[in-house]
Design a protein around this ligand. Structure first.
Ligand code: PRP
Length: 220
């Protein structure tokens, strides 16, 4: 049987998910010492590719990979035709509207909002009946209100460190974000037993890690 191809989001998601994959019984030796490599075949059952979040959906939607591990921020922002099969307890964070201390959410002038997530931002402001101008930024979004490019930002907050270190405040809490395992619809039929096993083992490892974290939090 050919290995199942899994697109894993590089960076924070990868760092949080690789220990779970290893705990679920997958050989992750290459992923743990990856250097600049992008494809990992250490476990004969799986082939991992490391890609940026939005590209996980490009690979999934094209059918070139069967499984993706990606944040719900990317799923909510982009068009995705696949099934989200498993919510992982890692990667939990939240979208917020943030700005400098002198920002007035009731300002009369049409607001300019900078974000990496124009669709989520558009939906949020449409939902509260406000017409805003949206500027798409590729990263370090926190700079925009500090430099005068925008009145405020819509971005993800995880620990809150980036906002704090840049003297920005939260003005509204939007939807929560978590990491999800997504499966290509066709692959779900073709590889059903293998995908079920992957999900069952990963879910068990995730639940165990979540319980261990809870105990650690309680003992602090
Ligand atoms: C994300 C997000 C914030 C930061 C929040 O950026 O866009 O900037 O993390 O995390 P914190 O609350 O733990 O500080 P990322 O690190 O992905 O980099 P980027 O700014 O280049 O997009």
């Amino acid at each position: 049987m050919a290995p199942i191809k899994i697109a894993l989001t590089k960076g924070r998601t990868e760092q949080q998910v690789v220990p779970l994959l290893a705990a679920s019984g997958i050989n992750c030796s290459g992923l743990r010492n990856k250097g600049r490599k992008l494809i990992f075949k250490d476990d004969p059952r799986y082939e991992f590719i490391l890609v940026k979040g939005p590209d996980v959906l490009t690979y999934l939607n094209s059918g070139t990979v069967q499984v993706g591990i990606v944040g719900s921020d990317i799923l909510d922002e982009q068009t995705n035709f696949q099934y989200a099969m498993l919510n992982l307890s890692v990667g939990k964070c939240r979208f917020v509207l943030a700005s400098t201390a002198d920002f007035n959410p009731q300002q009369q002038r049409r607001k300019i909002i900078a974000t990496k997530y124009p669709n989520i931002t558009k939906r949020y402001f449409e939902g509260i009946g406000e017409d805003v101008e949206i500027i798409k930024i590729e990263g370090s979004v926190e700079l925009a209100p500090l430099i005068g490019l925008a009145d405020a930002i819509v971005d993800i907050v995880e620990t809150g460190t980036t906002l704090r270190e840049n003297n920005l405040k939260v003005y509204a809490k939007l939807q929560p974000v978590n990491t999800k395992l997504v499966v290509n619809r066709l692959a779900l039929r073709q590889y059903q037993p293998q995908i079920k096993t992957l999900i069952k083992n990963l879910q068990a490892a995730d639940q165990q890690a979540a319980r261990a974290n809870q105990i650690e939090e309680l003992s602090k």
